[in-house]
Structure formats: C-alpha cells, structure tokens
Design a protein around this ligand. Structure first.
Ligand code: 5GP
Length: 202
C-alpha cells in the first residue's frame, strides 16, 4: 500500500481557510482532518471534537512532556498543538490528512516530515481580511488587533510554503487544494511500492 499524504494548511485568521476547508471536505469525504488540542475558550458555534479538542493548560503541558505532539505553538496567549498518533496512523493506512496549523507549527512539521506538502491560503487583500475578522464579531477589539498583527506576520512568511492559494472564491480555492492533493499523489516518493510491485512480477 502506498503511504498517505500529509497536507499542511495555513492562513491567517480571516483568510477564510475554515470555509474553504469545509468545502474541500464536502467534496472529498475520504480526506482526514487532524483535530488539534487547544487551550483557548470555545467560541459560539464551535463543538468539542469537531476541529479542536478543548483541553486545560495542565493537560496540554502533560502532552508536551509525554512527546504526544507533532508540533505545538502559543498563539495569542493560548496553546495549539497537533497530536502525533492520528497523523502517523493516517500515513501508515494510506490515507491523506490535512493538518491546519499556523506558520510556526508548519515549520516544525516540515522539519519532522519533509515529505509533507504545505499550502498557504492567502486572503485577496489585507483590507478584506480585516473586514472578515471584524465582521465575525466573536472577539474583542484588542483580540482583533492581536490577530491582525499576527496575520501580517504570517503573510510575510507565505514564501515558506510549497503552494499559495488565493481565496477570492471558496469553491475555486477548494478545487485548487484538490488539484494539489491529486498531483502530489503521483509523486515518486508516494509511489515507491508500485516500483517494487511491478519489479517483483517481472
Ligand atoms: P483560531 O483560534 O482562529 O481557531 O486559530 C488560531 C490559529 O491557530 C490559526 O492560524 C490556526 O491555523 C492555528 N492552529 C489551529 N490548530 C493548530 C495547531 O494544532 N497547531 C498550531 N501550531 N496552530 C494551530
């Protein structure tokens, strides 16, 4: 069996990446999503285990100590981390998995899994990003300012990614990610088994 692919997806708050990813998962239900463990408070509309496991700082620090995380980072005062086991399981079972992380998390994963493919979701403009963040109405002005600050820092690091997809249309951006997933499934490092299989029967 060929190994599954790991796809790192980043994009600043307000880039619309959650909506794009929701569209992608609607079109490609066999794709897996890495559920992050995080310590920030749940927002209205969020559900435990959907995208995040909401845990205490103590539990998070235990996970760090026990080396249960593939990467972790502090973002606007809260811990965010990717549990290691589900990612390893997906890859070994030949399934593709999306890991949504910030730029620091992406850099840590690239170090550990150099074969991972990274995609940056870019908002069409900074003004649009700001409009989306303010329009969401779920955070205080101070938190929005912090998120805008961090968005600027993330956009400055977009060149670290293999692909940049501009989100000016949700369906087009989801299709673009699908193309990346499809083309990377043909990469030689994902198809080592086929070489052995063909050679074993000659
Ligand atoms: P939010 O609080 O808006 O849901 O997420 C804030 C930031 O944390 C986003 O940039 C998001 O991509 C990132 N993020 C989500 N899960 C993880 C994770 O497991 N690790 C890291 N490093 N960042 C994450």
């Amino acid at each position: 069996m060929n190994k599954g692919g790991v796809f790192i997806v980043s994009g600043p708050s307000g880039s619309g990446k959650d909506t794009v990813l929701a569209e992608l998962f609607r079109n490609k239900p066999d794709l897996l999503f890495s559920i992050s463990s995080i310590t920030r408070a749940m927002r209205p509309g969020e559900r435990e285990g959907d995208k995040y496991n909401f845990i205490s700082r103590e539990k998070f620090e235990d996970m760090i100590k026990n080396d249960e995380l593939l990467e972790h980072n502090i973002f606007v005062g809260n811990y965010y981390g990717t549990p290691r086991k589900p990612v390893e399981k997906a890859v070994n079972e030949g399934k593709d998995i999306i890991i949504e992380v910030d730029v620091n998390g992406a850099a840590q994963i690239r170090q550990k899994l150099p074969e991972a493919v990274s995609i940056f979701i870019m908002p069409p403009s900074f003004a649009e990003l700001k409009r989306r963040l303010v329009g969401r109405g779920t955070e205080s002005e101070e938190l929005i300012e912090k998120r805008l600050d961090s968005a600027l820092g993330e956009i400055k690091r977009a060149a670290e990614y293999d692909y940049i997809i501009v989100n000016d249309s949700i369906t087009a951006a989801a299709d673009d990610i699908m193309s990346v997933i499809l083309s990377s499934s043909f990469k030689t490092d994902r198809q080592k088994n086929i070489i052995d299989e063909v050679l074993s029967k000659c």
